[in-house]
Design a protein around this ligand. Structure first.
Ligand code: ACO
Length: 326
């Protein structure tokens, strides 16, 4: 029996021009290139310019994705934008992106699942497309985490960066064979609010009427990360019959090289299949997966027919996985 699948037509990304190196950070807080590189794998991150908002990053990434897909913006009828750093409390940054693309039909909304945002947004758009409610979707991860960092806290300010990535999805009828169909094959989302205080922002419209700063118990996050990530990937394997050997590319959320390496090792995913950009981008939260994906598509690693595995874990905690045939 045939199946409707959300097939990826193209991807695009955008990074702000300014690069902030570990050495520059070491001149501002008590840290070193060696400490940051050894503990996280991060060497540099991009920082948005004054007046450059999350929506601007999202629009640039979306335009690049539309160009890559070779389609007109007017054919998009759904925009799901994952962010924890919206331009304003409301309206949704997604409507600013929609307007920036000259679209005024269909629906556009934000989704908030912190670093898991892209996987949650992909799953949301996939469900809408498969239900028949929409035909073509832009799924965007866009962040300006530099705006919510405490630049005096060396435990967090060295970890994050700004950027955006986007994919265009189209509902297409496929043969209905999970072993060969193109598109999103399965998604798995989880949350557990008992962990809220381990990674959060200490402000918000309802609680403090301020924006607040990111706070994190780094060791606690690290402790839970690998188990949560690998569990939800096993769910994706079980749902599809895929195995670690069948995966062509593992494109994880880029938070920390040690978490990525440990997850890949536990799952027996070969190191050469792991796409790593955390060294150049830092942790760009919801933007990190589509940013890494675009690097691997542009440099020719990800090709039509490849099986691509995404995973993410972030504040909440939230975590999730998605298996996509390119
Ligand atoms: N430079 C130098 N020293 C530092 C720095 C820094 N930037 N940051 C912390 N330290 C010091 C601490 O003060 C501490 O010093 P002390 O022993 O004198 O008290 C020492 O280094 C060890 O601190 P820990 O926090 O225990 O260091 P740890 O080895 O756990 O590494 C890190 C910290 C890198 C944050 C690690 O815990 C980690 O990667 N955690 C996961 C965090 C993460 O990835 N978060 C994002 C995932 S979720 C999401 O993406 C939103």
């Amino acid at each position: 029996m045939t199946a409707i699948r959300s097939v990826v037509l193209g991807c695009g990304s955008y990074l702000p021009q300014k690069v902030l190196t570990n050495a520059e950070l070491a001149a501002r807080v008590d840290t070193s290139d060696e400490w940051i590189t050894q503990r996280t794998g991060i060497r540099q991150r991009h920082i948005a310019a004054d007046g450059e908002f999350t929506s601007h990053l999202g629009i640039a990434a979306a335009k690049a994705a539309l160009a890559d897909a070779g389609i007109d913006a007017q054919s998009i009828d759904l925009i799901v934008l994952a962010t924890s750093t919206p331009d304003n409390t409301f309206p949704a940054t997604a409507v600013a992106v929609q307007n920036g693309l000259g679209i005024n039909h269909g629906a556009a909304f934000d989704l908030q699942a912190v670093c898991s945002g892209f996987v949650f947004a992909l799953a949301t758009a996939d469900n809408f497309l498969r239900s028949g409610a929409f035909k073509r979707a832009l799924v965007i991860g866009a962040e300006t985490f530099s705006r919510i960092l405490d630049w005096n806290d060396r435990g967090t300010c060295v970890l994050f960066g700004d950027g955006a990535g986007a994919v265009v999805l189209e509902a297409q009828e496929q043969p209905g064979n999970v072993a060969s169909d193109r598109g999103v094959l399965t998604t798995h989302l989880r949350s557990d609010g008992r962990h809220q205080s381990k990674l959060y922002v200490d402000g918000g419209p309802s609680s403090t009427q301020t924006v607040g700063h990111l706070r994190m118990e780094g060791r606690e996050v690290f402790k839970h990360a690998v188990g949560m990530i690998t569990d939800v990937i096993v769910d994706a394997f079980n749902a599809t019959g895929a195995t670690a050997d069948a995966i062509d590319w593992f494109i994880p959320h880029q938070a920390n090289k040690r978490i990525i390496d440990a997850s890949a090792h536990k799952l027996h995913i070969a190191p050469q299949k792991v796409v790593l950009t955390v060294d150049r981008h830092g942790n760009t939260s919801a933007a990190s997966i589509p940013l890494a994906l675009c690097v691997a598509v542009r440099d020719g690693r990800v090709k039509k027919g490849d099986l691509v595995l995404f995973e993410a874990m972030g504040g909440g905690f939230t975590w999730g996985s998605a298996l996509v045939r390119w």
